[in-house]
Design a protein around this ligand. Structure first.
Ligand SMILES: NC(=O)C1=CN([C@@H]2O[C@H](COP(=O)(O)OP(=O)(O)OC[C@H]3O[C@@H](n4cnc5c(N)ncnc54)[C@H](O)[C@@H]3O)[C@@H](O)[C@H]2O)C=CC1
Ligand SMILES: O=C(CO)COP(=O)(O)O
Length: 331
């Protein structure tokens, strides 16, 4: 039998906590890096993360917890990153251990602002990691529903099918189905864009548009996503798969979506700053809008929804007027 891989999760938020829970269903031990020494001590003493998904109970004897990123990267064969993209660069600064011989997996749905790269490419280009050793975990899956053990579907994308199957097997359980894909670039871009479209859905809701309009917005969003991804990474893919359309729908409609919540506040009249201050969690789409807009300056895909969200977030444009103009472009 193959030796069990040592897997570590890096991040202390909701998604990292949900990933550790899923892995603990199948593994003897899971490495877990988080910044907060307080949270680590709390998990050791009280069996749960004090700040995120606190209903999830852990057996601390199965966790190798550390606030030292080098210790955890050294321990792991596979490092799964679930740190919001805006903080990834600074979180990696203390890292001195090489990723050589290890696999790096992104569970992050964002673009690293400092490099303007999706996370897999950021690691590959800045840490000298072969794209074959990069993986992506994505799909329509809110951490809160994992905590509730509601049936959810994930996609593991890797260039190496054997590795994808192996990783998927560590996630599967009574409540998790896991499929695989070789589209490591397209699945990441889809995850980035769907957050932006969920902000748009939230803005529309906040402005008082109804379900009839939302469905048209989502229908246009998936076509926009297809055009954008085709420009940045052309390959054969089915945009209706759960990793693309499914993730767009869950984020655009779920009450758990932070991006939708953020957009909803903007539609209701909050300023960008005040909406951010209201949120206790991170809306990745805020950062992604700027980077995705910039990337598209080179590629020129037709992106009316992305452009409208960019205008509201970064050009201080009025949401009501911007959506009135956007509505005229949708079909
Ligand atoms: N929550 C979810 O359901 C899912 C989240 N994701 C992705 O996972 C990634 C992580 O998101 P969540 O865990 O949901 O975030 P979260 O909002 O639950 O947690 C935020 C995390 O960021 C950390 N943080 C805050 N300020 C920081 C700073 N200045 N420097 C370093 N770290 C800081 C917090 O300590 C916390 O660990 C994101 O890219 C998100 O898109 C992906 C799938 C599902
Ligand atoms: O990626 C997610 C669901 O698949 C989480 O979306 P939010 O960040 O909007 O909550």
């Amino acid at each position: 039998m193959e030796k069990e891989l040592k897997i570590a999760v890096l991040g202390g938020g909701s998604w990292a906590t949900a990933i550790v829970k899923m892995l603990c269903e199948n593994m003897e031990e899971v490495g877990w890096y988080m910044r907060s020494v307080y949270a680590i001590e709390h998990i050791k003493r009280n069996d749960h993360n004090p700040s995120y998904l606190s209903s999830v109970e852990f057996d601390p004897s199965k966790l190798k917890l550390s606030s030292n990123i080098n210790e955890i990267v050294e321990y792991a064969d596979v490092c799964i990153f679930a740190i919001p993209s805006a903080f990834l660069h600074s979180e990696l600064e203390p890292l001195t251990i090489s990723f050589e011989g290890k696999m790096v997996v992104s569970a992050i749905k964002g673009i690293v602002p400092e490099t303007g790269l999706i996370v897999g490419e950021h690691f590959s280009q800045n840490y000298n990691i072969d794209l074959d050793d990069i993986g992506v975990i994505t799909g329509p899956c809110h951490a809160e529903e994992v905590a509730l053990e509601r049936l959810s579907y994930l996609t593991v994308a890797c260039a190496n099918q054997e590795m994808a199957d192996r990783l998927a097997s560590y996630f599967e359980s009574d409540y998790i189905n896991c499929k695989t894909s070789d589209d490591i670039i397209g699945t990441e871009y889809a995850a980035v864009l769907k957050n932006i479209y969920a902000i748009a859905a939230g803005i529309a809701h906040g402005l008082g548009y109804g379900d009839n309009f939302q469905s048209v917005l989502m229908s246009n969003a998936i076509r926009e996503m297809k055009r954008y991804i085709k420009k940045v990474h052309k390959m054969k893919r089915n945009i209706n798969d759960s990793a693309y359309l499914g993730d767009l729908l869950v984020t655009g409609y779920s009450v758990f979506s932070r991006n939708r919540l953020f957009g909803n506040m903007l539609g209701k009249g909050y300023t960008v700053r005040s909406a951010q201050l209201e949120m206790s969690m991170v809306a990745e789409g805020y950062y992604a809008t700027k980077s995705a807009y910039k990337i598209n300056q080179e590629h020129g895909a037709k992106t009316p929804i992305l452009n409208a969200v960019y205008d509201i977030l970064y050009e201080n444009k009025n949401p009501k007027k911007t959506f009135k103009k956007l509505a005229e472009k949708l079909d």
